[in-house]
Design a protein around this ligand. Sequence first.
Ligand code: PRP
Ligand code: URA
Length: 206
Amino acid sequence: MLHVIEHPLIRHKLTVMRDKNTGTKDFRENLDEIGSLMVYEVTRDLPVDDVEIETPICSYTGKTLESPVVVAPILRAGLGMVTGILSLIPTAKVAHIGLYRDEKTLEPHTYFEKYPSTIPEATVLIVDPMLATGGSANAAIDMVKRQGAKNIKLVCLVGAPEGVKAVERAHPDVDIYLAALDEKLNENGYIVPGLGDAGDRIFGTK
Ligand code: PRP
Ligand code: URA
């Protein structure tokens, strides 16, 4: 299922990121902040267990997260969302999924993967600012499923309808969270209006 998280703070910050005159520092800071704002909504349905504690006054049955959380950024651009998410879930473990999209074929290629051992019982948040054709997201979901992940959410900033459809078709069990559903892909596979090449804008490589 697709969830578009439309919050005035997210819209404001995303507009700053879309602006071609926004530099690396502000781009990174806004991405970090949107990551935090989104994760609040993304984790709304996480299951909780009862836990018995003592307050300074009496016994109390409180709540604790039932399952561990793994944040799985798709390198490179997904790295830009990790700090913001960890600021709200500091106990989360971090997987790394190294994928790049071939500029001509738009096909994803894997170059690195590393996972925490908790992945089979964890809620896995795959994070990447851009969901364009959906090739990278589908490859990343396949990769974490091969590691035994069963509860997976895909968290992106900007998505194209083409990418959303591709992920919904290949992985109907995975909820997709976006800050914005954009119009389309252009002839080079870039999201329109989009924000350009997220990795290059985060790391200043262009
Ligand atoms: C970008 C982006 C996604 C992918 C989206 O990464 O961060 O991972 O493209 O495109 P898709 O939906 O068509 O697969 P890129 O491959 O440019 O690598 P980078 O993050 O290292 O710049
Ligand atoms: N990857 C990006 O970084 N931007 C796009 O618009 C599409 C893929």
